[in-house]
Design a binder for this molecule. Structure first.
Ligand SMILES: NC(=O)C1=CN([C@@H]2O[C@H](COP(=O)(O)OP(=O)(O)OC[C@H]3O[C@@H](n4cnc5c(N)ncnc54)[C@H](OP(=O)(O)O)[C@@H]3O)[C@@H](O)[C@H]2O)C=CC1
Ligand SMILES: O=C(O)[C@@H]1CCC=N1
Length: 276
C-alpha cells in the first residue's frame, strides 16, 4: 500500500458521505483518491458534491467490482442486511493487499471474515455522522488477520475526523448505542431546547444558535477540563436559582431514566442485528 491509500466506499449514502466528506475536507485524502458506489444517480451525486468531486461508479452496472479492483481500503457502507452479499460479490475482485473496513451496525467480524474469504484483513468500525465536520466519535475493533499497520491506518483515518477508541468487539454494541446513534439524541435534545427557547420568547434562529453553542460548550468543558460532568453542572446551579429549578424538572420528568432506556434499547438492537 502507498503512503496515500485510495479509499472506496461501497454504498455512498449518509454515513459514507459524512466520513468521506470529512476525510477530504480535513486533508486525509485528496478527492481524486476517494471513490464511491451506489445504484441511484442521486446518491452518487450527493457523495461527489460532499467530497469535492470524488469519482463514483454505478453499482447497477458493475461498479462495486470496479471499486473493489481500484482501492486500497474498501469501506463497506451499505445497509447491514446487504453487507454479506456485497462482500461475497467482491471476492476475487479486490485489489491485492486491500483492507476491508465495515461501518455496518451489528455485523460481526465473524460474518465479515466468512463473507470476505480466508485471510481477509478486516476492521469493524462504528463511526458517526459528525465526522463530516471533524467532530466524529468512533469505536473500532480489528479482525483476526488485521495487522497493527491496518489498525493504525484506521485510527489515523478516524482521528482525522474526530476521536477514535479501539474496543473489544462485544463493546461495539455499546459504542453504537452511545456514539453511533448518539448524534440523534443530541439533535433531539437540541431541537427541544431550541423549541423551548422559542416558547420562552426567543426568535427561532437565535434560540437555535444559543442552544447549539450551549451544548457544544458543555461538551468542550467536559473534554478540556477533565472535570466530572456533575461537578461542572453544580457550578451552574446557584442556590435557590434558575438552574436547579430546571434540573429538578428534568429529574422529575425522567431525563436520566430516558437516556438509560435509550442506550440500552440501541445496544440490544445492535446485538440482535448480528443474528439477522
Ligand atoms: N447513518 C448513520 O448515522 C450511521 C450509519 N452506519 C452504518 O452505515 C451503513 C449505511 O447507513 P446509511 O449511510 O445511514 O444508509 P444509506 O441508506 O444512507 O446508505 C446506503 C447506501 O448504499 C447504497 N446502496 C444500496 N444498495 C447498494 C448496492 N447493492 N451496492 C452499492 N451501493 C448500494 C445506497 O444508494 P442507492 O440506493 O442509490 O444504491 C446508499 O447510498 C449501515 O450499515 C449503517 O449501519 C454506521 C454509523 C452511523
Ligand atoms: O441507526 C442505525 O442503525 C445506524 C447505526 C448507528 C447510527 N445509525
Amino acid at each position: 500500500m502507498t503512503d496515500e491509500p485510495t479509499i472506496g466506499f461501497l454504498g455512498c449514502g449518509k454515513m459514507a458521505t459524512a466520513l468521506a466528506g470529512g476525510l477530504v475536507s480535513r486533508g486525509f485524502a485528496p478527492a481524486d483518491r476517494v471513490f464511491g458506489t451506489a445504484r441511484s444517480p442521486g446518491s452518487r451525486e450527493a457523495f461527489s458534491a460532499s467530497t469535492g468531486g470524488a469519482h463514483t461508479f454505478d453499482a447497477s452496472d458493475g461498479g462495486n467490482a470496479e471499486l473493489a479492483t481500484t482501492v486500497d481500503v474498501l469501506v463497506l457502507a451499505v445497509k447491514p442486511y446487504q453487507i454479506r452479499e456485497t462482500l461475497e460479490a467482491s471476492r476475487g475482485k479486490r485489489k491485492s493487499g486491500s483492507l476491508i473496513v465495515s461501518v455496518a451496525a451489528g455485523v460481526t467480524i465473524e460474518t465479515l471474515e466468512a463473507a470476505a474469504g480466508a485471510e481477509a484483513r478486516v476492521v469493524r468500525v462504528m463511526p458517526n455522522t459528525p465526522s463530516l465536520v471533524g467532530a466524529g466519535a468512533a469505536g473500532f475493533t480489528r479482525g483476526t488477520h488485521a495487522t497493527d499497520a491496518d489498525a493504525a491506518l484506521v485510527r489515523a483515518m478516524l482521528e482525522c475526523v474526530g476521536v477514535a477508541e479501539e474496543v473489544s468487539e462485544p463493546l461495539l454494541n455499546a459504542v453504537t448505542a452511545v456514539s453511533g446513534s448518539g448524534p440523534a439524541y443530541g439533535f433531539l435534545f437540541l431541537e427541544a431546547l431550541a423549541d423551548a427557547g422559542v416558547r420562552a420568547g426567543l426568535p427561532r434562529e437565535q434560540s437555535q444558535r444559543l442552544a447549539a453553542a450551549t451544548l457544544r460548550g458543555a461538551a468542550a468543558m467536559v473534554e478540556e477540563t477533565g472535570d466530572h460532568p456533575a461537578v461542572l453542572k453544580d457550578r451552574v446551579c446557584s442556590s435557590g436559582g434558575t438552574t436547579i429549578a430546571a434540573v429538578a424538572a428534568l429529574e422529575e420528568h425522567g431525563l436520566r431514566r430516558a437516556v438509560h432506556a435509550a442506550v440500552a434499547a440501541a445496544a440490544a438492537r445492535s446485538k440482535e442485528m448480528a443474528n439477522e
